[in-house]
Design a protein around this ligand. Structure first.
Ligand code: BG6
Length: 512
């Protein structure tokens, strides 16, 4: 007998998912995010034939630009950052739908103008009243812009049409501010029309965590405290803060990356199997998982933070964090952060999850390493297994996307000597398709109204609940003048205190 799960989406996944008639309004067109990610992704989607023919893009900014000036900005960004090749005919068709509205966020005339522009596009481009408002702007302005959209009748769609809002992190800087931000957005848009972007969820390798865990039989039986010793989640960057002092100072590595990307990764790695992959079922499981996370009592022994010092990276002399333009010489902002978390459920009882992130580290790498317990018994002489460490499954999120399984194997020869070997899966070797950029997937999902990859406000708030005590602990240390983030030389794996956190548990960080 065949059983049908009514929750399951029965759509044929071999059909391309193409957005219906719609447009997008982009706030913050001059920022890095728009230039490096959003604009190129829109072009790449158009180039892949996934946008409707009349798609329109309205830029909104203070500049005194004409439509052509805006088109030139998009053109430059596409030429520099798009993933797919530049095709004149695709560009021309896309650019016909570009408009620019000049104004401040509190300028009523500009928002009236925006409304007229959208109405005109509905007429001439057939966008059908369907528009997404992408707020690629500092969160301090979310409230003003959302209020303006409401006041000028832009937030509500006519019958059969939709309006959606897209927001980027940081979703607040602690639980309280995140709640306020969510409340502000909730007064203007329905929860299902709010799309919070955590771009890690748009990455192929991150979505593959679910495929790997739940489409196979060989991993899940081992995925628990009986077999797993601990899990390490690393997001390391070799670059410094670049020109982002204004954003980064006072925010730091833990808020910038652990609160969102790493906790989302952790929830995909550790959650229970959802009853389907629709948004509601997935979010229930992620929420349950985040709600079960607990911190150790001794935060002084189980967390670490650091700041990169001046030194050498990639053969170049580089400045320390405190010498970066726009950073106060007394700043205690963390550029490296590591935390130890536990999950208070049967599956993960006693299994620590170590999360770390940092700038100016040894290399750019994001990975999840599931480190297994040693075999309970080794029928070999002690020196036969001297070079054998823990079986490990490494999900390589980026670069060099793929998975590695490390296990012990006999070294060829007459003696029994067992050593670690690697078995590798690389995307490049198995698939001919190249992976789309995270933003392509996420923007398409917004236009399709497909929400599984977007965290709900409950997840955002739960993540702050986990991180807030750590941040408070560090702030208290600063106030007492007892500690500052420990410096680390560029090109290393962070401060010595991070190693100590694991050493106390008899473990070591991987050096990917
Ligand atoms: C962003 C952080 O969310 O992710 C940045 O704000 C970081 O500080 C970036 O550099 C890294 O993204 P990716 O996709 O290159 O790993």
């Amino acid at each position: 007998m065949t059983w049908v799960n009514p929750l399951r989406d029965e759509q044929d996944r071999r059909l391309p998912r193409i957005a219906g008639p719609c447009g997008m309004v982009l706030f913050g067109v001059t920022g890095d995010l728009s230039r490096k990610k959003v604009m190129p992704a829109i072009y790449d989607l158009a180039n892949r034939g996934l946008l409707p023919p009349g798609f329109s893009l309205v830029g909104f900014a203070r500049r005194d630009w004409a439509d052509q000036d805006f088109a030139q900005i998009v053109h430059d960004s596409v030429r520099e950052y798009a993933r797919t090749e530049f095709r004149e005919e695709v560009w021309k068709q896309l650019a016909e739908g570009f408009r620019f509205v000049s104004g401040n966020f509190d300028d009523d005339l500009a928002f009236d103008n925006l409304r007229r522009t959208i109405e005109e596009l509905d007429q001439v481009r057939g966008t059908g009243g369907n528009h997404a408002f992408y707020l690629a702007i500092p969160p301090g302005f979310f409230g003003t812009v959302a209020g303006q959209l409401k006041e000028h009748g832009l937030a509500e769609a006519g019958t059969g049409a939709w309006r959606r809002v897209v927001v980027e992190k940081p979703f607040g800087h602690d639980l309280e501010s995140a709640r306020q931000l969510n409340a502000t957005l909730d007064t203007v848009f329905e929860p299902e029309s709010i799309f919070r972007i955590d771009h890690y969820l748009g990455k192929e390798t991150v979505q593959n965590i679910l495929a790997m865990r739940f489409a196979n039989t060989m991993f899940e039986p081992l995925w628990n405290a009986n077999y797993v010793d601990h899990v390490q989640i690393t997001m390391a960057e070799d670059v410094g803060i670049g020109g982002r002092a204004g954003y980064y100072d006072g925010i730091g590595a833990a808020r910038d990356v652990i609160q969102n990307h790493l906790l989302q990764l952790m929830s995909l790695v550790a959650m229970e199997e959802p009853s389907s992959f629709d948004a509601a079922s997935l979010r229930v499981e992620k929420q349950k998982l985040l709600g079960s996370v607990v911190l150790p009592e001794r935060l002084d022994l189980t967390t670490a933070r650091g700041q990169y010092a001046a030194g050498w990276a990639g053969g170049e002399k580089v400045r320390g964090f405190l010498e970066e333009d726009g950073i106060a010489t007394t700043s205690t902002t963390d550029t490296f952060a590591a935390v130890t978390l536990h999950i208070d459920n049967r599956r993960w009882a006693g299994v620590p999850f170590y999360l770390r992130t940092g700038k100016r580290l040894g290399r750019r790498v994001t990975e999840v390493a599931v480190v297994f317990k040693r075999a309970p018994h080794q029928p070999f002489s002690a020196n036969a297994t001297e070079a054998l460490t823990h079986n490990t499954l490494v999900i390589r999120v980026q670069p060099d996307e793929g998975m590695t399984i490390r296990f012990g194997s006999k070294v060829p020869g007459t003696a029994m000597e067992i050593r670690d070997v690697n078995m590798d899966f690389a995307y490049g070797g198995s698939f001919t398709e190249s992976s789309p950029e995270a933003y392509e997937r996420l923007i398409l999902d917004v236009l399709l109204g497909d929400p599984p990859l977007f965290p709900r406000h409950e997840e955002v708030e739960l993540s702050w609940k986990i991180l807030d005590p750590v941040l408070e602990h560090w702030t208290k240390q600063d106030a007492a003048g007892r500690a500052r983030p420990e410096t680390y030389p560029p090109g290393t794996w962070g401060p010595a205190s991070a190693d100590t956190v694991l050493a106390r548990d008899g473990r070591v960080w991987r050096r990917p």
